[in-house]
Design a protein. Structure first.
Length: 553
RNA sequence: GCCCUCGUAGCUCAGGGGAUAGAGCACCGGUUUCCUAAACCGGGUGUCGCAUGUUCGAUUCAUGCCGGGGGCACCA
């Protein structure tokens, strides 16, 4: 990545300046290379002279001059200048731009990927929707964000595993089963008696009906408790299948599905509680077993085992996270909805209590999704009168717009999802804007093929690409590795949507100013290569977003 | 009350210790004998919520306040 090259360049220059005695300062550990906001300030800039000024006892501008004197002049640099209060501005040469074009052609689908300095084994857990009902729209956001983040982290060289945690144990499963049982009996004419906190949704009746359809009334003979037990198992499987189907529709896949029940079955809960007990981190009070989470930064201590002998969800989560650590991940990333943020401190406290290390667990709290249609909030589905499900949204707007829209905002901002906009096939809709650029390029390439021209890099003379819009497009394309790397380290896949739009804009501008296929064969080849490279980069970025790159629209 | 998060253009938002703070939409006007007009070009807006602090430099970091959203179970 170019930033690293520039940082090394300065580092080497500084070393020589220090060795020669012209500079009296310690060698800084890191050199910041930033992108100036103002284009006239060059492609990249360093503030190192201002940083070192105090220690070196020199005014920043003079110091910058000294540094520049000792700098190498690699061929990728066109110009180095001092500006403003002491910035060192770099302008890249056209050779650098054409080199990156060559690179795009050579690397193809791999262009934009990179290798982080310290590759980690990362597990990312997201969605983990409770298997007691259909996924709602918020789950869709975490599916889109989580899947994209997983792709992003892998693209910069981490070893990534995605996981869906299935809460298939405990009270909610009992209530779920009892709810289905109540609906089942209702179908056979009994009065409806939903359990306390029972599930209300219409899908419960659907599940009950399905049981009636396949097995008839044979469960009526069972006691209600046995019906509930039977149905919770059965209905849970059904719901989980449904969840999996919805995720497939979103093109989101998980490397592993982890069942909470297996923790209980394998004695993992008592194991972790014993572990914490041995470290003297638990105590009994009011009949319950508590974990001293306050000692690790929580607001109050938390219950592990209720007075009635039942473990809490928190206890299961501790066992689960302990299990994850045992599986050898360097980093655990959890994506949770904002409604779970109050839970963060205690889980982090538990991680510390278990000695898992300060930064082992990273919890991304995502704000909620609000549906809008034509400026009006949409809360309930017109069809069912209940919460709009993710399935309904996907059926309505389609996968590509859904994934793109879910990704458009940073996770810590609430997302207003405009259904009408997502459906509209106009320039207002960013997903179409980007896809249209890709389709348009494919069309140009088809046209060129008809003219017996094909974009083969070898024959292209990139020096011919000197138009301002060509340069701008090349600069945009050359940015991919650093944009992707920064998006990954900031856990900010939404930046990809902005980048995709930037490339598309640069391309559309170029298209209107430069004719690709013309009588000038050399120029045509050069431009076809540029256009093909643009196609490749858009495709790669859209892949990271999880959106298709259509050949025709 | 406590905790988290947001507050940037008319609207939706991006950005982020630096040099003149960006994009899309909306609004007005223009572009097609030519590779996709789902496109492009031109036109203008900001006390970056307020205050204090840290810094050579703060819209960005810290603290407080104000305002929006969310959360504060022996629920999951």
């Amino acid at each position: 990545m170019i930033e690293n090259n520039l940082a090394d360049l300065i580092q080497n220059g500084l070393r020589r300046a220090i060795d020669s005695g012209h500079l009296k300062t310690a060698l800084p550990r890191t050199i910041e290379i930033e992108r100036p906001r103002e284009k006239s300030h060059g492609d990249w800039a360093s503030n190192i002279a201002m940083i070192l000024a105090k220690e070196a006892r020199q005014p920043p501008r003079a110091l910058a001059e000294t540094i520049i004197e000792y700098l190498d002049k690699p061929d990728y640099l066109a110009e180095v200048e001092i500006a403003g209060p002491g910035f060192i501005n770099f302008r890249l040469s056209s050779k650098w731009l054409s080199d990156s074009l060559t690179q795009i052609c050579e690397l193809g689908d791999a262009y934009g990927r990179s290798e982080v300095e310290n590759p980690q084994k990362i597990q990312i857990e997201f969605v983990s929707a409770n298997p007691v009902g259909p996924m709602h729209v918020g789950h869709g956001r975490w599916a889109a964000v989580g899947d994209s983040l997983a792709r992003l982290l892998a693209a910069v060289g981490h070893q990534v595993e995605s996981e869906f945690y299935i809460n298939d144990w405990g009270n909610q499963m009992r209530i779920f089963g009892a709810s289905v049982a109540a609906r089942y009996r209702e179908i056979f004419g009994e009065a409806l008696e939903l359990p306390e906190d029972g599930y209300q949704g219409h899908y419960i009746t659907d599940i009950a009906q399905e049981i009636v359809d396949t097995d008839g009334d044979k469960y009526l003979r069972l006691k209600p408790e046995d019906q509930s037990a039977e149905f919770s198992k059965r209905a849970y499987k059904q719901v989980l299948e449904h969840i999996k189907k919805t995720l497939v529709a979103m093109d989101v896949s998980f490397d592993s599905w982890f069942s909470e029940s297996t923790l209980h079955e394998r004695g993992k809960l008592s194991e972790s509680m014993e572990f914490l007990d041995q470290k003297d981190l638990t105590y009994r009070s009011e009949g319950a077993l508590w974990l001293k989470t306050v000692d690790f930064g929580d607001d109050k201590d938390r219950v592990l085992m209720r007075a009635n002998g039942e473990p809490t969800y928190f206890a299961a989560d501790i066992a689960y996270h302990r299990e994850k650590v045992e599986r050898g991940f360097d980093k655990l990333i959890n994506i949770w909805g904002a409604d779970h943020h109050g839970y963060v401190k205690r889980v982090q406290a538990a991680m510390t209590a278990m000695g898992a290390g300060e930064n082992r667990l990273e919890i991304i709290i995502g704000q909620l999704v609000n549906l809008f249609s034509g400026g009006k909030a949409v809360r309930m589905s017109k069809r069912t009168g209940e919460m709009v499900t993710l399935d309904e949204l996907l059926a309505d707007v389609g996968r590509d717009p859904a994934r793109y829209f879910f990704l458009m905002r940073g996770t810590d901002t609430a997302l207003d999802f405009d259904i009408e906009l997502a459906k509209s096939q106009t320039s207002e809709n960013p997903v179409y804007y980007v896809q249209y650029a890709h389709a348009r390029i494919c069309s140009i390439l088809r046209h060129a093929a008809d003219q017996k021209l094909t974009p083969i890099g070898k024959k292209a003379n990139f020096n011919l690409l000197a138009h301002e819009s060509e340069m701008a497009l090349m600069r945009e394309l050359a940015d991919a590795p650093s944009i992707i790397a920064r998006a990954a380290s900031a856990r900010a896949p939404h930046r990809l949507t902005k980048y995709a739009q930037d490339i598309a804009a640069a391309f559309h501008q170029f298209y209107h100013q430069c004719r690709v296929v013309s009588d000038d064969e050399d120029l045509s080849f050069a431009r076809l290569t540029l256009v093909d490279a643009t196609r490749q980069v858009i495709k790669n970025v859209l892949w990271l977003i999880g959106v298709s790159a259509p050949q025709k629209m």
